[in-house]
Design a protein around this ligand. Structure first.
Ligand SMILES: Cc1cc2nc3c(=O)[nH]c(=O)nc-3n(C[C@H](O)[C@H](O)[C@H](O)COP(=O)(O)O)c2cc1C
Length: 175
């Protein structure tokens, strides 16, 4: 039986929810990425790192950028949690932009998260309001999936979290 740890960085709770579900399904340990050190993960065969997506970036990915060289003997996989629906193009862009050098062969999965402007920090709410205004001026035919999601949610709070998104991760763990 493999020993594993789930690292997660979650500002508004969706990534944490996925990390908890994964823990239930795998029996792996779980820890916030911000609190983790290289020593904390070295005793495990598998490391799963999950992070919320903020302005296209996956939170906590720096942990792997910093330590991947010393983790090459382990199974490492990453999942991103964003408001956008699942989109192959986003995954490909993410890999191109953020998975360079040691990270380039890591599998990346996507789980849809949540969106609630009332829960956001003042700065995030301001940023998202500006983004929404910019998107509203665009021709919907040119929207990227995340822009469509932003346009459609309006003022409503949405929660798209669903255990079904974990199925491909659980499949990968069998390898
Ligand atoms: C400032 C900000 C920027 C965001 N940027 C993106 C984005 O680029 N793409 C996306 O799909 N979702 C984006 N989101 C939505 C979050 O990824 C979503 O709310 C997710 O559930 C956050 O994970 P968490 O709940 O674990 O913090 C953004 C949210 C905020 C507050």
């Amino acid at each position: 039986m493999k020993k594993g740890i789930i690292l997660y960085q979650s500002k508004y709770g969706a990534t944490e929810k996925y990390a908890k579900w994964l823990q239930e399904k795998t029996g792996f340990a779980r820890m916030e990425t911000k609190k983790a050190t290289l020593t904390d993960v070295q005793g495990y065969d598998t490391i799963i790192l999950g992070g919320g997506v903020y302005a296209g970036g996956i939170a906590g990915l720096n942990f792997l950028k910093k330590h991947m060289e010393k983790l090459t003997d382990k199974q490492v996989l990453v999942f991103a949690v964003g408001a956008s629906p699942y989109d192959e193009k986003f995954i490909a862009q993410c890999k191109d932009m953020q998975f360079k050098d040691e990270l380039k062969d890591l599998p990346l999965f996507y789980c849809r998260g949540a969106w609630d402007m009332e829960k956001m920090t003042f700065l995030h709410r301001k940023l998202c309001t500006m983004l929404k205004k910019a998107v509203a001026k665009q021709d919907p035919a040119t929207f990227e999936p995340w822009q469509t999601a932003l346009f459609e949610v309006g003022e409503e709070a949405c929660d798209w979290t669903d255990e079904k998104y974990l199925a491909p991760i659980l499949e990968e763990l069998k390898k």
